[in-house]
Design a protein around this ligand. Sequence first.
Ligand code: HEC
Length: 156
Amino acid sequence: MRFLIAGLAMLVATSVAAHDETSTHSHDSVAPAADASIVDKRVHRFKQSGAAIQSVFKEHLGADDFAAIAEAATLIADWADVMPDYFPAGSTSPGARDEIWADFDDFKSKAADNAKAARDLQQLALAGTDKGAIVAAAKKLGGTCKACHQSYRIKK
Ligand code: HEC
C-alpha cells in the first residue's frame, strides 16, 4: 500500500502544470478540480492560508474583528494539521525543496508548530479580551510560516 501511494504521488507529481504566478496573491482562487494533483491541492491550501493571514494583518486587527481572526486562525490550523499528508515521498515540485523528504520529521514538527501557533491565536481571538496578546500571537504565527519557508520552500 505504501508503495502504491508513493507511486501514485510520483505519477501526479510529474504531471503538474506550471503554477500561475499571477494568481499567487489572489484571494478568490478557484478550488482545484477533484482529480487535481497533490501539488496543486497543497498550493491551493497554502494560497488560502496566505490570504487568511494577510486578512488578519491588513483588515481584521485594525477593525478589532476578533471573530474573523478566529476564523482565519482556524483555517490555517486545519491546514497545518494535515499539511504533511500533502507531501508524500516523491511529490517534488518547483516550490518545494528536496530537503523536506531528507528530514521529514523536522518538516512535520514545523507544521505542528504552525498548527499550535494558529490554535493559540484562535483561542485568544475567541476570548477577544486581550488585543496585545492577539497581535503577539498573530506575529508568532507568522514566524512559524517563515521558519518552515526558510528551510523548505523555494520562492518562485
Ligand atoms: C511545514 C512547512 C510549512 C509551513 C509551516 C508553512 N508553509 Fe507555506 N509553503 C511550504 C512549502 C514547502 C511550500 C511550497 C509548496 C509547493 O510549491 O509544492 C509553501 C508555499 C506557500 C505559498 C505559495 C503557494 C503558491 O502560490 O505557490 C504560500 C502563499 C504559503 N506557503 C503561505 C504560508 C503561510 C501563510 C503559512 C503560515 C500560516 C505557511 N505557508 C506555513 C511550507 C510551509
